[in-house]
Write a protein that binds this ligand. Sequence first.
Ligand code: COA
Length: 174
Amino acid sequence: MLHNRKTYIRLMEESDVQHKVDWFNDEDVRKTLNVDFPISAIGTKKWLHSVSANNTRCDFIICSKEDNMPIGYVGLVNIDYKNSKAESYLGVGNKKYWGKGHASEARRLILDYAFEHLALNKVYSYVWVENEKMKHINQKVGFQIEGTLRNDICYNGVFRDKHIMGVLRKEYKK
Ligand SMILES: CC(C)(COP(=O)(O)OP(=O)(O)OC[C@H]1O[C@@H](n2cnc3c(N)ncnc32)[C@H](O)[C@@H]1OP(=O)(O)O)[C@@H](O)C(=O)NCCC(=O)NCCS
């Protein structure tokens, strides 16, 4: 378990499956993501079993310290030990907890894990161009926009652009 001031993250367990299903099936959460819709509990459970022993990824659940509620998800995927980098994803799926600083705290926790525990050199993330909140959260801790992928996602029949953002260990503002 990794702790910050009002947020902690722990590995995802089977008991979190329904939370993840509810979050990803929520239109307000999903509209800034690129996930399949709708997702089911049975499919999510199978997915969790299939990835749980995979050492190229780690999937955490974000919890609020105040009430121990699971409120979101954060992780590293495509961990590339040769090139010392990984992709990160993050979201606060329970909308009641938006705007309270949980995503910013979880962003730092996953970077601490990547840079200190795994000793990686770089973490990158894909963010839709319109997702100002996520760009701000990333830039606060040192991420830079490294490029823009044009028409990279088709959402509800509309092509959208996304940024690739990256931060090096030496640039990380804890
Ligand atoms: C984006 C998301 C993670 C933010 O979570 P959150 O817990 O509300 O975020 P925080 O409270 O930690 O921080 C929000 C920050 O954005 C800032 N912000 C809010 N609206 C903003 C805007 N329109 N433009 C720029 N910054 C904005 C806030 O001021 C705050 O920054 P500060 O702490 O420096 O003041 C959450 O809304 C979410 O999960 N959305 C759906 C899924 C998603 O988009 N995931 C990211 C995919 S890349």
